[in-house]
Design a protein around this ligand. Structure first.
Ligand SMILES: [Zn+2]
Length: 153
């Protein structure tokens, strides 16, 4: 048992309770892990904790979606879309920027991407209008042709 175990949320100060609550909202973070992370942050030096807070702040200030493909970027258009060596006759449609990163790691795909920003889910109220489908249609209509080439993964 670690020192964190056994701490009921009401035993924590409101500020720590708030930090735990915020951390619990992250995917895959349960209340126990959130408490462990909160205690880690509390024990870290002030500059270290501030660096974490600033990284979160900066990412929200600087990172946006690429105007062309919806990838994450700090520019108007992402590095992949700007890269003249990419095959502009191929578009790989992905759900999230994380999927694009996975494919880029394979170094097998030299085309462009289109990030939908989610998946259709009528149960969750996600319909085509919530995804970047209209933008994809516009891009394809603007001249990216389909090729019967499959991505080897
Ligand atoms: Zn892009």
């Amino acid at each position: 048992m670690s020192a964190v175990d056994g701490y009921a949320p009401q035993m924590l100060s409101p500020a720590v309770e708030n930090l735990v609550a915020q951390l619990t909202r992250l995917p895959g973070i349960g209340s126990r892990t959130a408490q462990r992370l909160a205690f880690h942050i509390l024990q870290a030096s002030k500059p270290e904790a501030q660096a974490l807070a600033e990284a979160i702040h900066e990412v929200k200030e600087r990172v946006r979606f690429c105007r062309e493909c919806g990838n994450l970027t700090e520019e108007e258009v992402c590095a992949i879309c700007r890269d003249a060596r990419r095959d502009r006759t191929l578009i790989c449609v992905v759900e999230q920027p994380a999927d694009l990163i996975s494919i880029e790691r394979t170094a097998e795909f030299r085309g462009l991407y289109h990030v939908l920003g989610g998946a259709l889910s009528p149960i969750d109220g996600v319909d085509p209008a919530d995804l970047r489908i209209a933008e994809l249609v516009t891009r394809v209509a603007a001249g990216v042709s389909r090729r019967s080439e499959y991505l080897k993964m």
